[in-house]
Write a protein that binds this ligand. Structure first.
Ligand code: ARG
Length: 493
């Protein structure tokens, strides 16, 4: 076979291997080979339904397509003498059933709508995989949060001890971010799942095709509305990569914390051996390599988005070959995001949190000073700014005991706290991290009763997101199973 039939007419075939390799998308086309067969099946069913193709040709072609579907596209279709898998597979079909029949499949379409349809189909799968993975990660975070509502730890701003919080509160912050990531992926999915097939090169076609039929057979929500847009746009790829990039920044921040928390300085967490590596020279080392690689993958995904946007931004309407160069960025980006989330869920669910270390750090550096200032406001009538100054002055003196506070209040505001009723016991209670946390029970706060409510509410949202993902996946699975059934019926008719 090994001959690009597309060059048989207008062009000579005297190209160097370098040029063939340079022009061919073959190395990335294995991502869409399976989809290309499904696209062919749907197109052929429609051509037959509309009587655009004869019965014998349709039957022979469908038989060959079914054998490609079952055994894979033949190896020779991947030769780089072909621009892409679409041309290679067409040549393989013609080699199988002859040009009289095999040469009829490409009626009413172009590789421009063909490739866009294939990319959207594969991307659907990848997005659903990402959506399921982010749900699994959220489940891990929520389960850990439920178990650590009473685990007091220091909260940080500027990576300085700031105020006590709980591990549950910290993990719920990440879960909230990943919940929004799910929303962005699901939103992108809706726009990915529209069908370009039938747009042909860009100007649609004069054959009496049925675009709604092919869209339905392939599990798409609807045919795309404008045939030029259908082949020209890759905004669906950009927004998918964008959603993945944002999601990976969240994953990367969590990984950064795992790196910091697992260091000997901090010791808040130990990653399981399965998620750690050692050193080739230092036998004592246990390194958080999975977290580090994932921090880097965030850069890989952002780079894929940068590559894809830069490729797209200067292109005139409609299809331009530059778009071929975008597709590998898409696969690299979504694959890195998807595998990262799976690994992250495993890393967290097998990690051991050192709750004693967290508790021991939770009141370091006067981190309950804010609560003490609040108590001076709520119970002893000081304006907040005055209380802030009094407590700050006492911290500067190096102690938050009654005597130091009393002196600070005299100095800063000329008032006596003991005269207003402040006692050493009240000061001690205000400085207790657990009491300070329990006070913070407004919506979204770290108090154990509030995080219990939050975990329950988030579990409800997560269950809905899981069900939605499963529903979308089922719809695709059902459509594609029906497609193959109908293909068999045609082949055997
Ligand atoms: N290999 C091309 C791509 O990946 C496919 C289709 C269009 N090719 C063309 N020469 N018009 O974008």
């Amino acid at each position: 076979m090994h001959r690009d039939l597309l060059r048989r007419g207008r062009l000579s075939d005297d190209r160097t291997g370098e040029v063939m390799h340079f022009l061919s998308s073959m190395t990335a086309d294995h991502w869409i080979a399976e989809m290309d067969i499904q696209v062919d099946m749907a197109h052929l069913l429609m051509l037959r339904e509309k009587e655009i193709i004869g019965e014998d040709a349709a039957r022979a072609l469908m038989g060959a397509l079914l054998s490609f579907h079952e055994d894979g596209v033949p190896e020779e279709a991947y030769d780089e003498c072909f621009e892409d898998i679409h041309a290679g597979k067409e040549a393989a079909l013609i080699a199988r059933v002859g040009e009289e029949f095999g040469g009829r499949l490409h009626m009413g379409r172009s590789r421009n709508d063909e490739v866009a349809t294939c990319i959207r189909m594969r991307l659907r799968e990848e997005l659903l995989g990402c959506m399921a993975a982010v749900c699994d990660l959220r489940r891990v975070l929520l389960d850990l949060a439920a178990a650590h509502r009473e685990t007091i730890m220091p909260g940080f701003t500027h990576l300085q001890h700031a105020q006590p919080t709980t591990l549950a509160h910290h993990l719920l912050a990440y879960e909230a971010a990943f919940g929004r990531d799910f929303g962005r992926l699901a939103d992108a999915y809706g726009r990915v799942n529209e069908c370009p097939l039938g747009a042909a090169a860009f100007a649609s076609t004069g054959y009496p095709i049925d675009r709604a039929m092919t869209a339905g057979l392939l599990g798409f929500e609807r045919p795309m509305g404008n045939s030029m847009d259908a082949v020209a746009t890759r905004d669906f790829a950009l927004e998918s990569l964008s959603a993945c990039t944002v999601m990976m920044t969240n994953a990367s921040r969590l990984c950064e914390e795992m790196v910091v928390w697992s260091s000997a300085f901090v010791r808040f967490v130990q990653l399981a051996d399965g998620y750690s590596s050692t050193s080739s020279i230092m036998p004592q080392k246990k390194n958080p390599d999975t977290a580090e690689i994932m921090r880097a993958k965030a850069g890989t995904v952002a780079g894929a988005l940068a590559g894809a946007t830069t490729i797209t931004k200067g292109l005139p309407m409609s299809y331009n070959r530059d778009l071929q160069e975008l597709t590998p960025h898409l696969w690299r980006g979504v694959a890195a995001a998807r595998e990262s989330l799976v690994v992250l869920a495993g890393m967290l669910s097998t990690a051991t949190f050192d709750t004693d270390r967290m508790a021991a750090e939770s009141d370091r550096g006067f981190s309950t000073a804010t609560e003490l200032a609040d108590v001076l406001v709520r119970e002893y009538g000081l304006p907040f700014r005055t209380a802030h100054s009094v407590v700050g002055r006492a911290v500067k003196q190096g102690a938050l005991d009654l005597a130091t506070l009393e002196a600070a209040a005299e100095e800063v505001a000329g008032l006596s706290l003991t005269e207003r009723g402040l006692t050493a016991e009240r000061v001690a209670a205000a400085l207790d991290p657990a009491i300070s946390v329990a006070e913070r029970n407004a919506i979204g706060g770290p108090a154990p009763d509030e995080t219990a409510r939050a975990v329950a509410a988030r579990n409800t949202d997560l269950a809905a997101d899981e069900a939605a993902t499963a529903g979308l996946a089922k719809a695709i699975e059902t459509a594609l199973a029906r497609l193959v059934d109908e293909a068999r019926r045609l082949a055997e008719a």
